[in-house]
Design a protein around this ligand. Structure first.
Ligand code: HEC
Length: 241
């Protein structure tokens, strides 16, 4: 079975106070319970996961080293996962190196950055590249998935989703909460020709499509590619092998 939402990439989570596209989980310590028990994700039972960890050859010893006891509790397990997730920090993209003054943008990237600041940055706010807010960026007239309104039950939140970080965005396709757009080029086309006005459209997009020329689109793409953090993506500590 497939889930109905696109899996978000995991990094820089310690700066978020709530999780998921709709903010349905508000603490990094309890967040891991949701995917464990969700029928379309792991469809597991926390007690069974704990039993598996207890039977394993190495986890009890690792829990003892980390928490002082080899009794594996739900709390110790969720803390361990939360601490691992908090350690996933992505902050060494070309963009970061430019900010640190160690390298410079090419002319095209620099133009793209200026366009980004003018047209995108109010929502995809630096340096996380998200303002951590819930907004409607004009994908639909009627939303199949109510987004933030599922949690707040406020009709005024219908169709609002958490602004995703654009860090590493060149490698995290497909895009949007339901993965409906499969390339960055088409994402930019959405902003320049596909904005749909609806009751909850973000005020920043209420005046309709953005004017972005073909040349500007290429520059924006060059800039978005500077957000890829190869140090993070190739970090052996975060790979399964
Ligand atoms: C009004 C706020 C707002 C503005 C302005 C805005 N965005 Fe977005 N952006 C969003 C929201 C909200 C989403 C997620 C929407 C969803 O999935 O329903 C999003 C999604 C995206 C995604 C998909 C990311 C992913 O991981 O799925 C990309 C890429 C993106 N925006 C790039 C841009 C670019 C480039 C600009 C400027 C040309 C821009 N955005 C301007 C709010 C905004």
């Amino acid at each position: 079975m497939e889930g109905e939402r696109n899996a978000p990439p995991l990094f820089n989570l310690a700066w978020h106070s709530d999780f998921f596209w709709d903010g349905g989980s508000n603490h990094i310590d309890v967040q891991p319970i949701a995917p464990i028990t969700n029928p379309v994700e792991m469809n597991e039972d926390v007690a069974r996961v704990l039993a598996k960890l207890k039977r394993s050859k190495f986890y009890p010893e690792m829990f003892k080293r980390a928490f002082g006891s080899d009794t594996i509790t739900t709390q110790a397990m969720t803390r361990a996962i939360a601490q691992f997730m908090s350690s996933l920090i992505s902050a060494n993209s070309k963009y970061d190196q430019v900010k640190a003054g160690t390298v410079t943008f090419t002319a095209g990237e620099q133009n793209g950055y200026m366009l980004f600041k003018a047209k995108c940055e109010s929502c995809h706010k630096e340096p996380l590249m998200t303002d951590l807010n819930y907004r409607n960026n004009g994908l639909d007239l009627h939303f199949k998935d109510a987004g933030r309104a599922r949690i707040t039950l406020q009709p005024s939140d219908s169709g609002k989703f958490k602004v995703p970080s654009l860090r590493n965005v060149a490698v995290t396709f497909p895009y949007m909460h339901d993965g409906r757009i499969n390339s960055l080029s088409k994402v930019i086309d959405h902003y320049r020709s596909g904005i749909i006005q609806s009751a909850t459209i973000d005020p920043l997009l209420a005046s309709g499509n953005m004017s972005i020329t073909d040349a500007e689109k290429q520059q924006l793409l060059l800039f978005l590619n500077t957000l890829t953090d190869h140090t993070f993506l190739n970090d052996k500590r975060f790979s399964e092998k």
